[in-house]
Design a protein around this ligand. Sequence first.
Ligand SMILES: [Zn+2]
Length: 591
Amino acid sequence: MLAAGPACRNAGLGSGSEADVKAFLIEANDTMLRLIIEANQAGWVQNTYITPDTEAMAARASGAYMTAVTGFAKRAAEYDNVELPATERRQLAVLKNALTMAAPADPKEAEELAQLVASMEGMYGRGKYCQAGESDEACFDVEEITEILAKDRNPARLLEVWEGWHSIAPPMKKSYARFVELSNKGADELGFADTGAMWRSKYDMTPEAFSQELDRLWGQLQPLYLSLHTYVRAKLRERYGDQVPADGPIPAHLLGNIWGQDWSNLFDMVGPSSGAASISLTDVLRARKVSPAEMTRYGERFFTSLGFEPLPPTFWERSLFVKPRDREVVCHASAWNINFVDDLRFKMCIDQTAEDFTTIHHELGHDFYSRAYAGQPPIFRDSANDGFHEAIGDTIALSVTPEYLVKVGLIDRAPDASGDIGLLLRTALERLAFLPFGLVVDAWRWQVFSGQVTPDNYNRVWWELRERYQGIRPATARGEELFDPGAKYHIPANTPYARYFLAAVLQFQFHRALAQAAGCTTPLHRCSIYGNAEAGKRLKATLEMGASRPWPDALDALTGQRQMDASAMADYYAPLKAWLDEQNRGLKVGW
Ligand SMILES: [Zn+2]
């Protein structure tokens, strides 16, 4: 095969012929495919059977993949000035942007960078809050703290635990500052201004234009967020009195979540008192004894109803649906395509709950997407932009309406429209409340990577952004001896975050377009595209493109629009906004 020998290495920028580039791309595609499969195999075993050995093997395999891609990305940058057909040009561009962290050429610095990230991830993973002054040591990990913040209503206890979790982060601060230096050096060697600029270059537009896009989308949704914020603040004030201001930011520890990014645990406190009780899918699943595999079958049938092929038999043989009793596994749900073609799997410790029913659809979205683009060269086997991958399954989950549940026989009768506000408020507390946090995490990091924010004002700027976007404030002083950003997984793990904001916006844009294609005449939150061939055709065409075209082309194929548009989310929640504004009459909006 052509790819067997190393492609010839060009000495200077802009040199090399089209033939050189083609040979290079064959080598890059083949090598990446081989290394991804190895990393997937090792990663799967590690995730479903955690031992020190499987962890070492998985780290080795993913390290080999990262090193190879870094090398290919650097070589791709050498062909910037070669005349090329569009496909080859795009493969080089995607390759150059494939990394979230570029290792510096100096092997000692590269090694140091890899160790910094591994050690910060380790600090986060082992992070615990241990209560002082107890003879029996009482320590809480992130799951236990999450549980307390979700259920406890004693503000003193909530504050203590909230502060306790943030105490895991200060030891990371020095490492993080050094990590910023080294990863910027790697980004610079690839030709990017800094690591943040490298992340923002993934979107088929300039880094500056991408930042403006996010601001524009947020502008479309801010009025809706303000209505929700004002309403929730008033309800919290009823509960907690003067600890919650009438017109200022909400204290961060009272929102039912460590980061104030998901307020759904407040539903029992803020839900509407009148209207039909919304159906409890959790109760239905339990009463009918729907097994984890059967729950997954419902998700599969949704996709096949749209014209997708059923999942392969190996999916059912090889996936993990329940938590094993005899070994440690990573229960955090994830979807896999081991051979990068059709060895689809998923790994999840499924409970019979409505939440897990939704997560199943989310994960299957990843699986059906990755199989749909398997016909593309390996470099293009990815989503149109990273928001798309997270949005597909959630788009399907938006079609899990009461009417859909009737259609598939899970409930007998859909509740009437009097329950709609409750239905909408429940999801808004999760998806709408999330949006400003989805912006803050990278707004902070972009300024850190660019050098605009330095270690002596990490925490101050973090809280300024949280106040500006989320309308949230810490209850006690948070000085620079602390490192509050480090208490969020994606900071020590160096995972870009803007994708989650994009996914939250895109899923509603996708849903509105597919609902129109399916000829829905009901309000958006009551429309399901289940069984609609036209909607399925559009979805499939988009997924099959993978990353082969700039994302506006993929968006166009799905929605007929070339711009991301948050008005779909505003439309979806329009009935809720009217209701919230009614409740908020006489209250000050904003902070
Ligand atoms: Zn996902």
